[in-house]
Design a protein around this ligand. Structure first.
Ligand SMILES: *Cc1c(COP(=O)(O)O)cnc(C)c1O
Length: 330
């Protein structure tokens, strides 16, 4: 089976497993795991922030990152198909007691006109105060679309001017970085808090990080423990993340090229494919999924009329060419 359902399906390589086996470990709840600390320091530095915190999942990283800047009873603004509002089972409401309002952008983009209209930090005693603006880069359900740096700079300027926080859901910020050449530090400078994943394109089996100020991360460490996310000899997992940063970052360019090949095979415009995700509109999406499966290619749907194909470390050029032929037939 060629599995194009998600970039989360990768299995750790032999070399990654070897790095995990060798990892120096300690009890991370006591702050004594040297490998976790090394990963946290490295990722904080990559984004030009003071500190970072390892979490088991990207969802937990987002919950902690948003809660670091938005209090219970406040709101965060985000795009209507953002992962934080669509795909985290309401965790920010259920766990953190905050609400969200959304703008709609086909490509998941920053829309400053809408953000200015929605933004309401202090409308009096009936209204939920806006405490943060969240953006997703690359944007998963908008087909891996990248947010242009110029738009992010406008957002930063606005946020600074009005004194609100910016959260970036950077689960796939690595892909945005490789696709555009924008330094990670420039993305880091846009945000007060970021969440980044190691278990998507980078191919680690587990792990995400919250990135931000020393204070935000200290508060996140407490909340992580409260959620049951205080882990012990996590260096085993952090070692996979360090290995992925060393060996799996630059190669994301291949995934992006593979995604364009698949888009072409599906009759989609490859120019709309900016990273490793292809979304194709098909009224019969569910049937295409079944036909492709019968021919050994797994794809998924996002909504009733859209197919999603995701390229990753475990699909080779050969696999992509075979999948392209199958998808062209389907
Ligand atoms: C995958 C993903 C996450 C985190 O998901 P987990 O499955 O909880 O690790 C967060 N944001 C985006 C945009 C994602 O694609």
């Amino acid at each position: 089976m060629i599995d194009l359902r998600s970039d989360t399906v990768t299995r750790p390589t032999e070399a990654m497993r070897a790095a995990m086996v060798r990892a120096d470990v300690g009890d991370d709840v006591y702050g004594e795991d040297p490998t976790v600390r090394a990963l946290e320091e490295r990722v904080a530095d990559l984004f030009g922030h003071e500190a970072a915190l390892f979490t088991p999942t990207g969802s937990m990283a987002n919950v902690l990152a948003v809660a670091a800047v938005v209090e219970p009873g406040q709101e965060v603004l985000c795009e209507s198909r953002a992962h934080i509002v669509r795909a985290e089972l309401g965790a920010h409401a259920a766990v953190s007691g905050l609400t969200m309002r959304t703008w709609i952008s086909e490509r998941g983009q920053v829309d400053m006109a809408m953000i200015r209209r929605l933004f309401a930090p202090d409308l009096g005693p009936f209204f939920v105060p806006t405490a943060a603006i969240s953006v997703e880069n690359s944007h998963n359900f908008a087909g891996g679309a990248v947010l242009p740096l110029a738009d992010l700079l406008d957002l930063r300027e606005f946020a600074t001017e009005v004194g609100t926080a910016v959260h970036i859901d950077g689960a796939r910020i690595w892909n945005a970085h490789i696709a555009t050449g924008t330094p990670l530090r420039e993305y880091g400078a846009i945000a007060d808090v970021l969440a980044v994943c190691l278990s998507k394109g980078l191919g680690a089996p587990v792990g995400s990080l919250v990135v931000g100020s020393a204070d935000a991360i200290a508060a996140s460490r407490v909340r992580r423990k409260r959620l049951g996310g205080g882990m012990r000899q996590t260096g085993i997992l952090a070692a996979a993340g360090l290995y992925a940063l060393d060996h799996h970052l630059e190669r994301l360019a291949e995934d992006h090229e593979h995604a364009r090949l698949l888009a072409e095979a599906c009759g989609a415009d490859p120019a709309t494919v900016e990273t490793n995700i292809v979304v194709v509109d098909r009224p019969d999406a569910a049937q295409v999924v079944e036909k492709a499966r019968a021919e050994g290619v797994l794809v998924s749907t996002v909504g009733a009329t859209a197919l999603r194909l995701v390229t990753h470390l475990d699909v080779s050029r050969d696999d992509v060419e075979r999948a392209a032929a199958v998808l062209a037939r389907c």
